[in-house]
Design a binder for this molecule. Structure first.
Ligand SMILES: [Zn+2]
Length: 457
C-alpha cells in the first residue's frame, strides 16, 4: 500500500511540473493560405485602370492561371455620371462597379489599398498624399500574401500622355515592393510569428521574391517602348466566353457607369456589326516593357517564360551609383529629378525613355521647370538662368542672375507661360544655367499643348 501511495504522489508531482513547463515540442507552422497565391498580380491606381490589360488577364484565366489585382486608390476624385454621390462615397461605388466588372470574367481576388485619388501629373504629390510609407507597407504585405510570380504595373516615368501621378505612384510602389517583399529586414513585423494564442499585431507572413516585373506605359508616344517587352494580341477568341478578348474587355467596361455612362449607353444601342467595328479602337496588341527579371528568358518572350513553381531567393535591386556632382551644379528637381534617383536605386536606368524629356499641358497654362541649385564651394557664386522659348511663350519668373551662398542648396521654379492659340506639333523649350561663361546645365523639354488634361502639379 505504501508503495502505491508513493507512486501516486510521484505521479501528482510530475503532472504539476509538466503543467508549469513550456512544451518542448515546436508547434508546426500552418502553410500560407493557398487560396490567395497568384501567378500574376496587376497593380494599378484606379477602378478602370485594368481595362487595357483585361484582354490579357482573361487569357490567363482561360489558361487556368491565377490572377489578382491591387488598386492603390478608390478613384474617388473624378466626376459621377450616375448620381450626386462624390468623394469617399463615390469611391465606395467605384469599388463595387469594379468588383462586378472583374467578377464577370472570373477575377475575384481584388484588393484596395488606402491611397487617395490625387489628380495631377506630379507623382510626388500622389505619394505624399498617400503617406507613401503607409501604402508601401500595405503593398509589401499584399505581395507577401498573394506571392505572385509576376507583377504587372504602370510604368514609373514622366511622359506626355495621360501621365496621371497616381498611375506613376502605383508603378513606383509596385517596383519598390518587387525589390522589398523578399527582404526579411523590410517590415519585419509582417514576418513575425505569433507570441500569444490570439495574436492581433504580427502578420505571420513569409518573405516573397516575385520573379518578373513588367510595365505598361501611361504615355501617348508608345513607340518609345516598342520591342522592350512582349506584344500580346487581343483578337484571339476566348474558349470559355466565345468572344474575342478585346470584346470581353469592352464588355467589362460596361460596369464603370459612374465614369462612362454616355459611352456605355451608346454601346448598348449598337448592332452586332457596329460592335464588331469597335475592334479598331479596342483590338490592338498590348505592348509591355520588361522591367526586371530574376529568371532566364528573353525580353520579348512570353511573360511566364523561364518561370517554374520553385521559389527563388531574395534578389536585392542592383543599385547604380551616381556620378559625383560638380561643386557648383544645377539639375532638374520635381518628378524629373526624382526619377533619376529612383531608376538608379532600383537598377532601372536602362528603361526605355523618350529621346527628350517630355510633358503635355493644357494650352495657355503655365509650365513649371523645377530646378535644384547647389553651391558646394567655399565662395558665393553667381549663376545665370535663361529660357529659350518658341514663339508665343513668355517667361513669367525664375530667369535672371542669382547669387548662391557658399555650401548651400536652393530650389528654383522657372515659370513659363504657354500660348493660348493653336500650335503645331511639340514645342521645345530650353532652360540654361551658366556661371562665369560656363554652361552648368542645358535642359530641353518637349511640350505638347492640348485642350485639357491633368494639371502639372
Ligand atoms: Zn486611372
Amino acid at each position: 500500500m505504501k508503495i502505491l501511495r508513493l507512486l501516486a504522489a510521484l505521479l501528482l508531482v510530475s503532472a504539476i511540473s509538466a503543467a508549469q513547463t513550456p512544451s518542448p515540442t515546436p508547434s508546426p507552422l500552418l502553410k500560407p493560405d493557398a487560396r490567395f497565391k497568384v501567378d500574376l498580380l496587376l497593380v494599378v491606381a484606379h477602378p478602370d485602370d485594368e481595362t487595357g490589360m483585361t484582354p490579357y488577364l482573361v487569357q490567363l484565366i482561360d489558361q487556368h492561371k491565377r490572377v489578382a489585382v491591387i488598386y492603390t486608390t478608390h478613384g474617388e476624385a473624378g466626376h459621377n455620371n450616375m448620381g450626386p454621390e462624390r468623394a469617399r462615397t463615390m469611391g465606395a461605388v467605384r469599388e463595387m462597379e469594379l468588383r462586378h466588372a472583374l467578377a464577370s470574367v472570373g477575377i475575384d481576388n481584388v484588393w484596395f489599398l488606402s491611397g487617395r485619388d490625387t489628380p495631377s501629373q506630379n507623382v510626388l504629390q500622389s505619394l505624399a498624399n498617400w503617406g507613401d510609407g503607409q501604402v508601401q507597407e500595405e503593398m509589401v504585405r499584399m505581395v507577401r500574401l498573394t506571392r505572385p510570380e509576376v507583377i504587372l504595373t504602370w510604368m514609373p516615368g514622366f511622359f506626355a500622355g495621360e501621365n496621371h501621378g497616381d498611375h506613376q505612384a502605383a508603378g513606383v510602389l509596385a517596383t519598390e515592393a518587387f525589390d522589398m517583399a523578399g527582404d526579411p529586414a523590410v517590415f519585419p513585423a509582417q514576418l513575425a510569428g505569433p507570441v500569444k494564442i490570439n495574436e492581433t499585431l504580427l502578420d505571420g507572413l513569409q518573405p516573397w521574391q516575385p520573379k518578373k516585373l513588367y510595365y505598361f506605359p501611361d504615355s501617348s508616344g508608345d513607340t518609345n517602348f516598342k520591342g522592350s517587352g512582349p506584344s500580346l494580341p487581343t483578337n484571339g477568341i476566348s474558349p470559355s466566353l466565345k468572344l474575342p478578348y478585346w470584346r470581353i474587355a469592352m464588355e467589362t467596361f460596361k460596369y464603370h457607369l459612374t465614369q462612362y455612362r454616355t459611352f456605355i449607353e451608346g454601346l448598348k444601342k449598337m448592332d452586332e456589326k457596329q460592335i464588331a467595328a469597335q475592334e479598331k479602337n479596342w483590338g490592338g496588341p498590348i505592348e509591355l516593357t520588361l522591367g526586371k527579371s530574376h529568371v532566364a528568358g528573353s525580353v520579348t518572350g512570353d511573360i511566364f517564360e523561364g518561370i517554374t513553381s520553385a521559389q527563388i531567393p531574395f534578389g536585392p535591386a542592383a543599385r547604380e551609383t551616381s556620378e559625383h556632382p560638380e561643386p557648383l551644379s544645377v539639375g532638374l528637381g520635381g518628378p524629373w529629378g526624382f526619377y533619376e534617383k529612383f531608376y538608379r536605386a532600383h537598377g532601372l536606368t536602362k528603361l526605355p525613355r523618350p529621346p527628350v524629356l517630355e510633358i503635355a499641358i493644357k494650352r495657355g497654362t503655365t509650365l513649371t521647370v523645377p530646378l535644384e541649385l547647389h553651391n558646394h564651394t567655399d565662395s558665393p557664386m553667381t549663376i545665370n538662368i535663361s529660357a529659350k522659348l518658341p514663339d508665343g511663350w513668355t517667361t513669367q519668373s525664375g530667369a535672371g542672375s542669382f547669387t548662391l551662398e557658399p555650401q548651400s542648396d536652393y530650389y528654383l521654379q522657372v515659370l513659363l507661360d504657354s500660348p493660348n492659340g493653336e500650335t503645331k506639333g511639340a514645342q521645345e523649350i530650353e532652360c540654361r544655367a551658366e556661371a562665369d561663361g560656363k554652361t552648368l546645365a542645358d535642359i530641353k523639354i518637349s511640350v505638347r499643348l492640348r485642350n485639357g488634361g491633368l494639371p502639372q502639379n
